[in-house]
Design a protein around this ligand. Structure first.
Ligand SMILES: [Zn+2]
Length: 194
């Protein structure tokens, strides 16, 4: 997608996607049908955004990150490669998905470290999962339809439908498809605790 596709001061629709004029969509990004990318967000090269996914204001989507269909990425969230995001995933405001378990800017002798000096460890967020506002996912996975409470710091894999909260996040229960805490069986969606 060429940079000259954008008209300053106007929103631009690309292949039925909506891209705010202040968003930066790098070359080699694929935006599905009905995608919306709001003001000041950056989508890096090679990222693929599934149909009807919404990326809010001020988000960062790193290189080659795949995001499935119908996901919602709220304002200010940052997703670092090599993360992968499923379909129908809810990512609340100011969520961070990290990629470095051993972060250093320099080595012991002060040499500045570059991209070749580290091995990125990405996050995986499965279909239907929800990440509460301000949560941080530290190089781990969140299972399908799990719910991460606001402000949690997730350092270990989260099981499907698990409800986790705190720092470090711990499982305190289960949630159904409606994201209601469920002790036995949800009368609305029929999901049962395993
Ligand atoms: Zn339910």
């Amino acid at each position: 997608m060429a940079e000259d596709s954008f008209t300053p001061g106007a929103a631009v629709a690309l292949d039925s996607a909506f891209v705010a004029s202040t968003a930066v969509i790098e070359d080699g990004v694929r935006l599905g049908r009905g995608v919306k990318v709001w003001h000041f967000s950056q989508v890096r090269t090679g990222a693929t955004i599934g149909d009807n996914t919404i990326i809010g204001k001020g988000c960062f989507i790193d290189e080659f990150v795949p995001i499935g269909e119908g996901s919602k990425i709220q304002n200010g969230s940052e997703i670092y490669a090599p993360a992968s995001i499923g379909g129908g995933v809810f990512i609340g405001p100011h969520v961070v998905l990290t990629n470095d378990l051993h972060p250093r800017a320099v080595s012991r002798d002060g040499t500045v470290l570059g991209a070749a000096d580290w091995h990125a460890t990405g996050c995986r967020i499965d279909d239907g999962a929800s990440l509460g506002a301000g949560s941080v996912i530290v190089c781990t996975s969140v299972g399908a339809w799990a719910l991460v409470g606001a402000g949690s710091v997730v350092t270990r894999p989260v099981a499907p439908h698990a409800l986790v909260v705190g720092n470090p996040a711990r499982q305190i229960g289960w949630v159904c498809y409606c994201a209601e805490r469920t002790e036995d069986e949800c009368q609305t969606c029929g999901w049962r605790v395993p």
